[in-house]
Design a protein. Sequence first.
Lengths: 417, 537
Amino acid sequence: MTEPLFPLWQVDRREYDAVCAYLGITPRDHIYDALATHLAEAPFRVAAPEGLFGRLAERALTPWTIARLDLATRLFAPGHPIRHVLNGTIALHEVDGDGYPELAAAPTGWRAYASMLKWALGLVLNLALTLPWLSWQGVMHLLRAPFGAVRNNLRGERVLITGVGRGLGRDLMLHCLERGADVVGVVRDRASFERLRDELPARAPLTLVVADLATPGALTEALEAAKLERDTFSIVIASAGVKHDGRSVTSLASVRDTLQVNVLAPVELIEWLVSPRDTDGDARGPRAETTALVLVSSMGRWHGMHHSGGYNASKAALSIWGESFDMEARGASRRRFTVTIVEPGMFASGMTKAAGLGRFLLAPRSRVAATIVSGALAGRSAIRPPFWFALVTWAVCVVGRDFRYRILARARPRESR
Amino acid sequence: MRHVGPLVVVGGGVSAAHAALTLLERGYEVDLWDVGREEVTFPEPAATFHELKRRIARPDTYLLGAELEALIPPAVPELLRYPPARRFLAKPKDPLLNFESDGFAPFASFSKGGLANGWGANALLYDEDDMAEWLVSAADMPPVYRTVCERIPVAAPDADDLSPHLQGLHPTQAPVALTDADRRMYDRYARKRRVLNKEGMVMGLSRLAVVTDPGRPDACDRCDRCLWGCPRDAIYNPHVSTLASCDAYPGYRYVPGRMVLSLVAREGHIKGIRYLDTATGAIREEPCGAVFLAAGALQTGAIFLRTLVRAHPDMSPETDGLMDTAVVKIPFLALEGMGRPADPRAFQFNRLMVGLTGNAPPWPRYLHGELLHLTSLLYHPLIERMPFDSRLSKRLFFTLKSALGVVTLFFPDRIVPGNRQVLADPGSGSDRVRLCYRESADKEAFMRESIGRMRSALWRLGCVPQGAVHSPSGGGIHYAGTVPMGAGPKRCDANGRSNAFSNLYIADGAAFPTLPSKSITLSLAAHATRVARAARI
């Protein structure tokens, strides 16, 4: 069983089982499959909820949350994702030969009146639990708001992301699609293109462009060939990256490749973006007044790292180049750009192994993606998830190179990624 | 007989079928031009609606559609989507659907049998009051109505409280069986009859174009699948019966694959037909003799409009009218039915009819409605609309299901300025037609008053009405008045003959100058029959 692509709208099998238990019906595999397919298209039909109910939509469905959210959304948020889950579950069981008799079982005669009395008392109890719970969630939402409100609804936004084949780039793409954005994704090769095309719903507003960023000029060439209108993008994320683990920093080929993919390709991308717009590009979406540029760097940019094929050096170059471009962009009278430099630390990526204590310390990739997109749209200059890791890194940097050497020399190189 | 050119009937629905059959009966040779798509056959004819869910391989795909398009999402003001398994309705993106909507979203069909492949089977006739503003007298109608009732099976009671308002029918079948919930409602009406009649509400058994005679192989077996397509052909369908009757005439030629766009006119006379060959996509022309437009009021209006503008470029590119039956559904809970088990079999459409009488001019005195207790539908939108959590709503809904029903009111319409068809881009040669429609203020006031009266009547019947659901304009499926009877080049005479073109006949609802509340289908058949009988060819 695969994980849901769009967890805001879809449910995993455990959650579906919980929904069926809540409704008093038997879960069925073929109905789960149909429901998963149906809900995978919800982001392209319905706007994601904002505010408190947007935050509540991110919660895993347990018997407690299902009961609370069901009543709360019926009263206050009729288009909420859980309404789609419950409505879809009922609809699909209703048309099933075995599902319908179970769904439609109802008391008759005097038992009907007794049951209705019991249900009325149950409703009062449900209200007595749900309304205080919802109030508490509202208070917590208000308290959390100053520390990073997440923008849920990206309808009308057009996003360009490199490196959507896997890792953080893929999560950024899924996050943007889930929130209703129109996405242009750059993948490295045809195989990644085919895999994503098969995996994602056909209706997803996604344009895939194939370009191997290790080849100078390949990205610009592919973007030109796709006839993309460059000033329609409200967010552009340079997420693709390469790390030659185990290769010495004196390996010129590795360092050259790392710098090409991690630094020069983002520069190519932004050069393409800021150059005068074409007149015969595609016509998807209105022109974006502001484009948020996101450069995915790394906390590793603050220190050296042996046998990394120049990875940390490339990220330092990217962060500094990004800051330099920000200075130029602010001074220019041309279209407005904001520059957000993302320096992720430990999070559940292809570059970090989530094991042992790491499971608790690593920020989930989907949460990192949400923070990046919301932060970029809010114009934040730097995002460093998780922030505790940034503090640790800076502390290590402050105490001197010898100490850093003793700490970082313990790190053993892994395979190239 | 063969004339200057072939005698062509355009369309494939009720009007076209009855016009063609009448002309054949008069001894003429007839070509019937139709797009002529075929409706699918219906699976498992012996299964009831709920049994079907077990008998077919993919009930979700059959009942909700391959992309679950009939799964109505939350927070959408819809209670029902037409079954995707039915193929007779044109999809909104159908390339042949060359309409643009301006406040009007029509249903259309390019199937043999037309929209009558999925009609509600209510068989009613217009009376003098309904036809008060028509050029034709109601007194001229009984002979054609009798002919139509000979062609179409009508299941109706001999007499009940609706009889004074629904005169002229000639039933050949016994009424459809009531469910227990209908019986309880009808009994309660009988007890409250005096007060309800005084307030202008009447109730009776449905008059339906359905075969109920158990001796016939096509008799209704109450499988509860009317909406999904009658698998026994018990409900009248012109494709199955009237067009099949035409086949018996050697002078009849059914010509599928042709969508008529306009007619070629010279000196007030139709000389040819310009059509789209749907197989090749080519636009062609063929000579013809007399033409009977019976493609449905919207297509007929569009064909006429294109023809008129090509023949008379100085005329404004718009029709004189466009009428639509506004539909309002009032869901209710019949308290007496709570906790009762549901009937295992039923005729799915309405078994009871209601009417509101004593309406003031300009509206007909009788406003027609259908009263339906739920038997089999897709219920998830109803459960989702209940004001409780889903678990409670589901439990409550199925406990109350046999007590739930809906009254559907059908509102008459009149030609008012602004409601019309307009050529979308007359200078470009485009065939697209814009449908412009707004409800008039007086009609809205009449609707509000009638809804209030019906809600009061439901309270008296021991029912709790819950809101009123208005279908969007065009959702009523009954359209009329695009080439109405009257004076002027954009209209036709009492016998449907165009005032602008001497050998052109408007043989469908496009010719109706008003649109009464009562179900239109038998009157479409009657009008087509009368036009074909009176035509001077």
